[in-house]
Design a protein around this ligand. Structure first.
Ligand code: KDO
Length: 329
């Protein structure tokens, strides 16, 4: 074999090895997808649907779904994404605010009036600004927006409540972060940080006096078994995101990215449709099961929230212009 022929054969061998390596790596994609949401809830069900859609596309991507904080504890999911311990999570705006404070206004009580307005904002210019900030500042790719529901107050024991002053001293379980505790303060309660997975027992034993979640989550988590009353504050019309670590996203082929993105959009839409439809009747269902459901005038709660946020140092870091674009004042 002449020297040129030898060199050509070596180059061909290296090229083949690289092709196999690249192909093998692109085919060996496993996406570990974590949520603190209960397995029975629409969000976790949509994640299973997402996994099925990706598997059916047969592009070498496998999705492993971990509901109910079964792989990563609540609050540790975004750091786990950024360290490469998981590839996806149902990231909330509260977790975003911890690293992109200007976006903290998305956690403001009474920001959105309803689901349609929230989705219009998330799919418009403000949503695009959020997407870009999360990608650049957090190294996370937002694939789609899932509606978690409109959060309502939920008490262990019946209490006559016409305004925040009636909730003074009520130990209300909230997820653990400064933004969640500020939200609790804006409602007039004494916020008690606790993971979702510990909330049922805390309500059952009286460690906390209540919790706040969308009614569809309340039902999925069976909190109606250990509480007596819901007060319909709709204080947070909440989006969560199908979020992926950018290194995992960038490591996929274009074909894999297209499949994963399309599946994330379709699965989130399935969650949104099911959640919205259920929300139209879940209060009635819970009331039929014995839960007292109070519809009250929210003016005192809105006034309290305005006062708390106007004095909050945390709120001073928010992008006031974007917030005003949403709230109009
Ligand atoms: C909760 O812990 O009350 C909460 O509703 C907070 C939300 O931000 C979200 O994390 C939710 O739990 C589920 O974990 C779905 O992500």
């Amino acid at each position: 074999m002449t020297r040129p022929e030898f060199l050509l054969s070596r180059l061909a061998g290296i090229g083949t090895a690289m092709l196999i390596a690249t192909t093998a790596y692109a085919d060996d994609v496993t996406l570990r997808f974590s949520t603190a949401g209960p397995a029975a809830d629409f969000l976790a069900k949509s994640m299973e649907s997402f996994a099925e859609k990706v598997a059916a596309a047969d592009v070498g991507v496998t999705v492993e779904v971990y509901p109910g904080s079964s792989l990563v504890r609540q609050g540790a999911e975004v750091p786990a994404l950024q360290r490469g311990n998981i590839e996806m999570s149902t990231m909330s705006t509260f977790e975003i605010a911890a690293q992109v404070p200007s976006m903290g206004f998305l956690n403001r009580a009474f920001l959105f009036d309803n689901y349609d307005q929230m989705m219009e904002v998330m799919q418009g210019p403000i949503g695009e600004t959020l997407h870009d900030a999360v990608a650049s500042d957090m190294g996370i790719e937002i694939l789609s927006t899932a509606y978690l529901g409109s959060r309502q107050l939920n008490l262990r024991e019946v209490k006559e409540v016409s305004g925040p002053e009636d909730l003074e001293g009520v130990q209300m379980r909230m997820p653990a972060s400064p933004e969640w505790l500020l939200l609790g303060e804006s409602l007039g309660v004494s916020p008690t940080p606790l993971a979702m997975s510990e909330t049922y027992v805390a309500l059952q034993t009286g460690t906390v006096d209540g919790q706040e979640n969308p009614l569809t989550i309340l039902k999925a988590a069976k909190f109606d078994e250990v509480t007596a009353q819901v007060i319909m504050t709709s204080h947070l019309v909440q989006p969560v995101f199908y979020a992926m670590a950018k290194p995992a996203w960038d490591a996929m082929s274009e074909e894999q990215q297209e499949v994963v993105k399309a599946a994330a959009v379709e699965a989130a839409a399935e969650n949104n449709e099911a959640r919205y439809a259920d929300e139209q009747k879940v209060a009635e269902t819970l009331a039929a099961g014995g839960l007292r459901v109070d519809e009250i005038d929210l003016t005192p709660f809105r006034e309290k929230a305005d006062a708390v946020y106007s004095e909050s140092d945390l709120a001073k870091e928010w992008d006031q212009d974007l917030m005003t674009q949403i709230m109009g004042n």
